[in-house]
Design a protein around this ligand. Structure first.
Ligand SMILES: *Cc1c(COP(=O)(O)O)cnc(C)c1O
Length: 349
Protein backbone atom coordinates (compact mmCIF):
# COMPACT_ATOMS: atom_id res chain seq x y z
CA UNK A 1 0.00 0.00 0.00
CA UNK A 2 2.76 2.40 0.96
CA UNK A 3 4.00 2.37 -2.63
CA UNK A 4 0.94 4.17 -3.95
CA UNK A 5 1.10 6.86 -1.34
CA UNK A 6 2.20 10.35 -2.25
CA UNK A 7 3.03 11.17 1.36
CA UNK A 8 3.43 8.64 4.16
CA UNK A 9 3.29 10.36 7.55
CA UNK A 10 2.30 7.21 9.42
CA UNK A 11 5.70 6.98 11.14
CA UNK A 12 9.38 7.74 10.68
CA UNK A 13 9.76 3.97 10.36
CA UNK A 14 8.41 4.26 6.78
CA UNK A 15 11.68 5.40 5.20
CA UNK A 16 13.38 3.35 2.46
CA UNK A 17 17.17 3.16 2.39
CA UNK A 18 18.56 5.60 -0.17
CA UNK A 19 20.70 4.35 -3.10
CA UNK A 20 23.85 5.60 -1.32
CA UNK A 21 22.89 3.81 1.91
CA UNK A 22 22.14 0.62 -0.05
CA UNK A 23 25.54 0.89 -1.74
CA UNK A 24 27.23 1.22 1.64
CA UNK A 25 25.34 -1.83 2.87
CA UNK A 26 26.16 -3.88 -0.22
CA UNK A 27 29.85 -3.07 0.14
CA UNK A 28 30.07 -3.62 3.91
CA UNK A 29 32.84 -5.72 5.37
CA UNK A 30 31.29 -8.53 7.37
CA UNK A 31 32.16 -11.31 9.80
CA UNK A 32 30.50 -13.46 12.42
CA UNK A 33 28.70 -11.02 14.70
CA UNK A 34 28.02 -13.68 17.36
CA UNK A 35 31.75 -14.14 17.70
CA UNK A 36 32.32 -10.38 17.82
CA UNK A 37 34.12 -10.63 14.48
CA UNK A 38 32.00 -8.39 12.29
CA UNK A 39 34.08 -5.25 11.64
CA UNK A 40 31.12 -3.12 10.54
CA UNK A 41 29.07 -4.04 13.61
CA UNK A 42 32.08 -3.23 15.79
CA UNK A 43 32.49 0.10 14.02
CA UNK A 44 28.85 1.00 14.59
CA UNK A 45 29.07 0.01 18.26
CA UNK A 46 32.17 2.15 18.73
CA UNK A 47 30.49 5.10 17.05
CA UNK A 48 27.41 4.85 19.25
CA UNK A 49 29.34 4.25 22.49
CA UNK A 50 31.38 7.40 21.70
CA UNK A 51 28.32 9.40 20.75
CA UNK A 52 26.55 8.48 23.99
CA UNK A 53 29.61 8.76 26.20
CA UNK A 54 29.47 5.11 27.32
CA UNK A 55 32.15 2.44 27.58
CA UNK A 56 30.53 -0.13 25.34
CA UNK A 57 27.61 -0.80 23.02
CA UNK A 58 25.67 -3.72 21.59
CA UNK A 59 24.03 -3.94 18.15
CA UNK A 60 20.50 -5.35 18.29
CA UNK A 61 17.81 -6.07 15.69
CA UNK A 62 15.29 -3.60 17.15
CA UNK A 63 14.64 -0.89 19.67
CA UNK A 64 12.12 -3.12 21.40
CA UNK A 65 14.88 -5.63 22.04
CA UNK A 66 17.07 -2.83 23.46
CA UNK A 67 14.39 -1.98 26.01
CA UNK A 68 13.67 -5.60 26.85
CA UNK A 69 17.30 -6.68 27.16
CA UNK A 70 18.07 -3.63 29.29
CA UNK A 71 15.10 -4.46 31.55
CA UNK A 72 16.20 -8.09 31.78
CA UNK A 73 19.76 -7.04 32.60
CA UNK A 74 18.85 -4.47 35.25
CA UNK A 75 16.15 -6.45 37.08
CA UNK A 76 15.22 -9.73 38.73
CA UNK A 77 11.74 -11.30 38.55
CA UNK A 78 9.32 -9.54 40.88
CA UNK A 79 11.15 -6.22 40.67
CA UNK A 80 9.38 -3.06 39.61
CA UNK A 81 10.21 -0.61 36.83
CA UNK A 82 8.98 2.98 37.12
CA UNK A 83 8.05 4.59 33.82
CA UNK A 84 5.58 7.02 32.29
CA UNK A 85 2.06 5.73 31.69
CA UNK A 86 2.42 6.46 27.97
CA UNK A 87 5.73 4.64 27.51
CA UNK A 88 6.37 2.47 24.47
CA UNK A 89 7.30 -0.45 26.74
CA UNK A 90 3.96 -0.09 28.51
CA UNK A 91 1.82 -0.27 25.38
CA UNK A 92 3.65 -1.51 22.32
CA UNK A 93 5.95 -4.33 23.41
CA UNK A 94 3.27 -7.03 23.86
CA UNK A 95 3.73 -7.21 27.61
CA UNK A 96 7.37 -8.21 27.22
CA UNK A 97 8.55 -6.79 30.57
CA UNK A 98 6.18 -9.27 32.26
CA UNK A 99 6.74 -12.11 29.79
CA UNK A 100 10.51 -11.92 29.44
CA UNK A 101 11.72 -10.38 32.69
CA UNK A 102 8.88 -11.16 35.12
CA UNK A 103 8.79 -7.57 36.30
CA UNK A 104 6.00 -5.26 37.36
CA UNK A 105 5.54 -1.82 35.84
CA UNK A 106 4.62 1.17 37.95
CA UNK A 107 3.46 4.13 35.94
CA UNK A 108 3.62 7.83 36.66
CA UNK A 109 1.71 10.53 34.78
CA UNK A 110 2.76 13.90 33.50
CA UNK A 111 2.29 16.28 30.61
CA UNK A 112 3.80 15.28 27.27
CA UNK A 113 5.21 11.97 28.47
CA UNK A 114 7.43 13.54 31.12
CA UNK A 115 7.38 13.72 34.93
CA UNK A 116 9.26 15.24 37.86
CA UNK A 117 11.55 14.08 40.65
CA UNK A 118 8.78 14.38 43.29
CA UNK A 119 6.71 11.84 41.36
CA UNK A 120 9.62 9.44 41.21
CA UNK A 121 10.26 9.79 44.93
CA UNK A 122 6.55 9.13 45.48
CA UNK A 123 6.56 6.02 43.30
CA UNK A 124 9.66 4.40 44.77
CA UNK A 125 8.69 1.77 47.34
CA UNK A 126 10.17 1.64 50.80
CA UNK A 127 12.41 -1.27 51.47
CA UNK A 128 10.60 -3.88 53.54
CA UNK A 129 9.49 -7.46 53.58
CA UNK A 130 6.22 -7.04 51.73
CA UNK A 131 6.63 -4.78 48.76
CA UNK A 132 8.24 -5.52 45.44
CA UNK A 133 11.59 -3.89 44.96
CA UNK A 134 11.74 -0.66 42.94
CA UNK A 135 14.67 -1.37 40.69
CA UNK A 136 14.76 0.74 37.54
CA UNK A 137 13.66 4.13 36.25
CA UNK A 138 12.93 4.11 32.49
CA UNK A 139 12.66 7.41 30.62
CA UNK A 140 11.74 8.10 26.97
CA UNK A 141 13.51 10.91 25.05
CA UNK A 142 11.94 12.14 22.86
CA UNK A 143 8.60 11.01 24.17
CA UNK A 144 6.55 9.16 21.57
CA UNK A 145 2.96 9.28 22.82
CA UNK A 146 4.00 12.51 24.55
CA UNK A 147 4.27 14.12 21.11
CA UNK A 148 7.99 14.05 20.41
CA UNK A 149 8.81 16.23 23.43
CA UNK A 150 12.45 16.82 24.40
CA UNK A 151 13.45 16.44 28.03
CA UNK A 152 15.19 19.33 29.72
CA UNK A 153 18.67 18.33 30.97
CA UNK A 154 17.99 19.67 34.48
CA UNK A 155 14.78 17.66 34.69
CA UNK A 156 16.64 14.52 33.61
CA UNK A 157 19.29 15.19 36.25
CA UNK A 158 16.59 15.60 38.90
CA UNK A 159 14.64 12.42 38.09
CA UNK A 160 17.76 10.28 37.78
CA UNK A 161 19.13 11.70 41.05
CA UNK A 162 15.86 10.74 42.77
CA UNK A 163 16.17 7.20 41.36
CA UNK A 164 19.84 6.79 42.25
CA UNK A 165 19.33 8.08 45.79
CA UNK A 166 17.05 5.07 46.35
CA UNK A 167 19.42 2.63 44.65
CA UNK A 168 17.53 2.34 41.35
CA UNK A 169 19.30 1.93 38.03
CA UNK A 170 18.38 4.27 35.17
CA UNK A 171 17.53 3.51 31.54
CA UNK A 172 16.82 5.83 28.62
CA UNK A 173 14.70 4.73 25.67
CA UNK A 174 16.34 6.98 23.11
CA UNK A 175 14.55 5.67 20.03
CA UNK A 176 14.51 9.30 18.87
CA UNK A 177 17.33 10.70 21.00
CA UNK A 178 19.01 12.20 17.93
CA UNK A 179 15.86 14.23 17.27
CA UNK A 180 16.22 15.61 20.80
CA UNK A 181 19.89 16.38 20.10
CA UNK A 182 19.20 18.24 16.86
CA UNK A 183 16.18 20.12 18.25
CA UNK A 184 17.91 21.23 21.46
CA UNK A 185 21.53 21.66 20.39
CA UNK A 186 22.56 19.55 23.43
CA UNK A 187 24.89 16.61 22.89
CA UNK A 188 23.71 13.02 22.99
CA UNK A 189 26.21 12.28 25.76
CA UNK A 190 24.80 15.14 27.86
CA UNK A 191 21.34 13.59 27.62
CA UNK A 192 22.77 10.12 28.36
CA UNK A 193 25.06 11.17 31.19
CA UNK A 194 23.01 10.07 34.18
CA UNK A 195 21.75 6.85 32.63
CA UNK A 196 23.19 3.39 33.18
CA UNK A 197 21.84 2.29 29.81
CA UNK A 198 20.66 4.16 26.75
CA UNK A 199 19.90 3.22 23.17
CA UNK A 200 19.21 4.83 19.83
CA UNK A 201 17.17 3.45 16.95
CA UNK A 202 18.69 3.31 13.49
CA UNK A 203 15.36 2.60 11.80
CA UNK A 204 13.40 5.66 12.89
CA UNK A 205 14.35 9.14 11.72
CA UNK A 206 17.92 8.10 10.93
CA UNK A 207 16.55 6.16 7.99
CA UNK A 208 18.37 2.81 8.19
CA UNK A 209 16.26 -0.28 7.46
CA UNK A 210 17.12 -2.36 10.55
CA UNK A 211 18.74 -2.13 13.94
CA UNK A 212 19.27 -0.28 17.18
CA UNK A 213 22.28 0.11 19.48
CA UNK A 214 22.22 -0.22 23.27
CA UNK A 215 25.05 1.39 25.25
CA UNK A 216 26.29 1.29 28.84
CA UNK A 217 29.22 0.24 30.99
CA UNK A 218 31.47 -2.62 29.90
CA UNK A 219 30.00 -4.74 32.65
CA UNK A 220 26.39 -3.93 31.72
CA UNK A 221 26.99 -4.64 28.04
CA UNK A 222 28.72 -7.95 28.80
CA UNK A 223 25.64 -9.08 30.71
CA UNK A 224 23.30 -7.64 28.07
CA UNK A 225 25.18 -9.64 25.44
CA UNK A 226 24.29 -12.86 27.26
CA UNK A 227 20.64 -11.85 27.24
CA UNK A 228 20.88 -10.92 23.58
CA UNK A 229 21.89 -14.49 22.86
CA UNK A 230 19.20 -15.84 25.18
CA UNK A 231 16.52 -13.77 23.41
CA UNK A 232 17.73 -15.00 20.01
CA UNK A 233 19.11 -11.63 18.99
CA UNK A 234 22.67 -12.68 18.23
CA UNK A 235 23.29 -12.51 14.49
CA UNK A 236 25.92 -13.60 11.95
CA UNK A 237 27.04 -11.37 9.04
CA UNK A 238 25.13 -8.44 10.50
CA UNK A 239 27.55 -5.87 9.05
CA UNK A 240 25.23 -5.71 6.05
CA UNK A 241 22.57 -4.06 8.21
CA UNK A 242 24.95 -2.30 10.60
CA UNK A 243 26.39 -0.49 7.56
CA UNK A 244 23.03 1.24 7.17
CA UNK A 245 23.44 2.53 10.70
CA UNK A 246 27.01 3.71 10.13
CA UNK A 247 25.85 5.51 7.00
CA UNK A 248 22.90 7.02 8.88
CA UNK A 249 25.07 8.41 11.68
CA UNK A 250 27.39 10.00 9.12
CA UNK A 251 24.77 11.47 6.82
CA UNK A 252 21.33 11.59 8.38
CA UNK A 253 21.69 13.28 11.77
CA UNK A 254 21.96 17.00 10.94
CA UNK A 255 19.18 16.70 8.40
CA UNK A 256 16.70 15.78 11.15
CA UNK A 257 16.32 19.57 11.42
CA UNK A 258 14.46 19.44 8.08
CA UNK A 259 12.01 16.93 9.54
CA UNK A 260 11.43 19.27 12.46
CA UNK A 261 10.86 22.22 10.08
CA UNK A 262 8.44 20.09 8.07
CA UNK A 263 6.55 19.05 11.20
CA UNK A 264 6.16 22.70 12.14
CA UNK A 265 5.05 23.59 8.61
CA UNK A 266 2.51 20.77 8.72
CA UNK A 267 1.22 21.78 12.15
CA UNK A 268 0.84 25.41 11.12
CA UNK A 269 -0.85 24.43 7.85
CA UNK A 270 -3.45 22.12 9.35
CA UNK A 271 -4.05 24.42 12.34
CA UNK A 272 -5.91 26.70 9.89
CA UNK A 273 -8.25 23.93 8.76
CA UNK A 274 -11.72 24.25 10.34
CA UNK A 275 -12.37 21.37 12.74
CA UNK A 276 -8.66 20.70 13.40
CA UNK A 277 -7.04 21.55 16.69
CA UNK A 278 -3.28 21.37 17.07
CA UNK A 279 -1.21 22.67 19.97
CA UNK A 280 1.60 24.38 18.07
CA UNK A 281 3.66 24.91 21.20
CA UNK A 282 3.84 21.11 21.64
CA UNK A 283 5.49 20.52 18.25
CA UNK A 284 9.18 20.30 19.12
CA UNK A 285 10.57 17.59 16.86
CA UNK A 286 9.14 15.44 14.07
CA UNK A 287 5.70 14.58 15.45
CA UNK A 288 2.40 16.36 15.08
CA UNK A 289 -0.50 15.13 17.18
CA UNK A 290 -3.82 16.78 16.39
CA UNK A 291 -7.48 16.53 17.33
CA UNK A 292 -10.39 16.72 14.94
CA UNK A 293 -14.15 17.13 15.33
CA UNK A 294 -14.80 14.12 13.07
CA UNK A 295 -13.92 10.46 13.64
CA UNK A 296 -10.16 10.05 13.36
CA UNK A 297 -10.60 6.71 11.55
CA UNK A 298 -12.78 8.33 8.90
CA UNK A 299 -10.34 11.18 8.37
CA UNK A 300 -7.46 8.73 8.12
CA UNK A 301 -9.43 6.71 5.54
CA UNK A 302 -10.37 9.82 3.55
CA UNK A 303 -6.73 10.97 3.53
CA UNK A 304 -5.67 7.65 1.98
CA UNK A 305 -7.94 8.57 -0.93
CA UNK A 306 -5.72 11.63 -1.40
CA UNK A 307 -2.56 9.52 -1.22
CA UNK A 308 -1.71 10.70 2.29
CA UNK A 309 -1.31 8.33 5.23
CA UNK A 310 -1.75 9.68 8.77
CA UNK A 311 -2.55 7.20 11.52
CA UNK A 312 -5.43 7.53 14.00
CA UNK A 313 -4.27 7.54 17.64
CA UNK A 314 -7.62 7.79 19.40
CA UNK A 315 -11.31 8.39 18.59
CA UNK A 316 -10.61 11.98 17.52
CA UNK A 317 -6.83 12.12 17.55
CA UNK A 318 -4.25 11.52 14.82
CA UNK A 319 -0.48 11.52 14.63
CA UNK A 320 1.67 12.63 11.69
CA UNK A 321 5.41 11.93 11.75
CA UNK A 322 7.86 13.56 9.35
CA UNK A 323 11.00 11.83 8.05
CA UNK A 324 13.59 11.87 5.30
CA UNK A 325 11.25 10.59 2.60
CA UNK A 326 8.90 13.56 3.02
CA UNK A 327 9.87 16.98 1.66
CA UNK A 328 8.24 20.41 1.76
CA UNK A 329 6.12 19.57 -1.30
CA UNK A 330 4.86 16.48 0.46
CA UNK A 331 3.89 18.61 3.43
CA UNK A 332 1.98 21.00 1.16
CA UNK A 333 0.18 17.99 -0.35
CA UNK A 334 -0.68 16.70 3.12
CA UNK A 335 -1.97 20.08 4.32
CA UNK A 336 -4.22 20.38 1.25
CA UNK A 337 -5.45 16.83 1.71
CA UNK A 338 -6.35 17.43 5.35
CA UNK A 339 -8.23 20.59 4.29
CA UNK A 340 -10.19 18.82 1.56
CA UNK A 341 -10.90 15.68 3.55
CA UNK A 342 -12.10 17.67 6.57
CA UNK A 343 -14.32 19.84 4.37
CA UNK A 344 -16.02 16.88 2.79
CA UNK A 345 -16.37 14.88 6.04
CA UNK A 346 -17.86 17.83 7.90
CA UNK A 347 -20.27 18.72 5.10
CA UNK A 348 -21.40 15.09 5.07
CA UNK A 349 -20.38 14.42 1.47
C1 LIG B 1 9.78 2.74 17.98
C2 LIG B 1 10.01 2.84 19.43
C3 LIG B 1 10.50 1.74 20.15
C4 LIG B 1 10.73 0.39 19.52
O1 LIG B 1 11.67 0.43 18.50
P1 LIG B 1 11.63 -0.68 17.32
O2 LIG B 1 12.92 -0.50 16.64
O3 LIG B 1 10.44 -0.34 16.48
O4 LIG B 1 11.48 -2.01 17.98
C5 LIG B 1 10.72 1.91 21.49
N1 LIG B 1 10.50 3.07 22.10
C6 LIG B 1 10.04 4.15 21.45
C7 LIG B 1 9.83 5.43 22.18
C8 LIG B 1 9.76 4.06 20.09
O5 LIG B 1 9.27 5.12 19.44
Amino acid sequence: MARNLAVDLYSDTQTRPSPAMRAAMAGAEVGDEQRDEDPTVLELCHMVADLLGKEAALFLPSGTMCNEIAYRTHTSPGDEIILHAWSHAMHFETGAPAALSGVMLRTVDGARGMFGAEQIRGAIRRVGNHQQRSRLLSVENTTNLGGGAVWDLDDLAAVTAAARAAGLATHMDGARLMNAVVASGQSASAFARDFDSVWIDMSKGLGAPVGAVLAGSTEFIAEARRHKHQFGGAMRQAGIIAAGGVYALRHNVERLAEDHDNARRLAEGISKVPGVHVDLSAVETNMVYFDVDVEAERLSGALLGHGVRIGPMGPNRLRAVTHLDVDANGIATAVNAVGEAMRSLRSGD
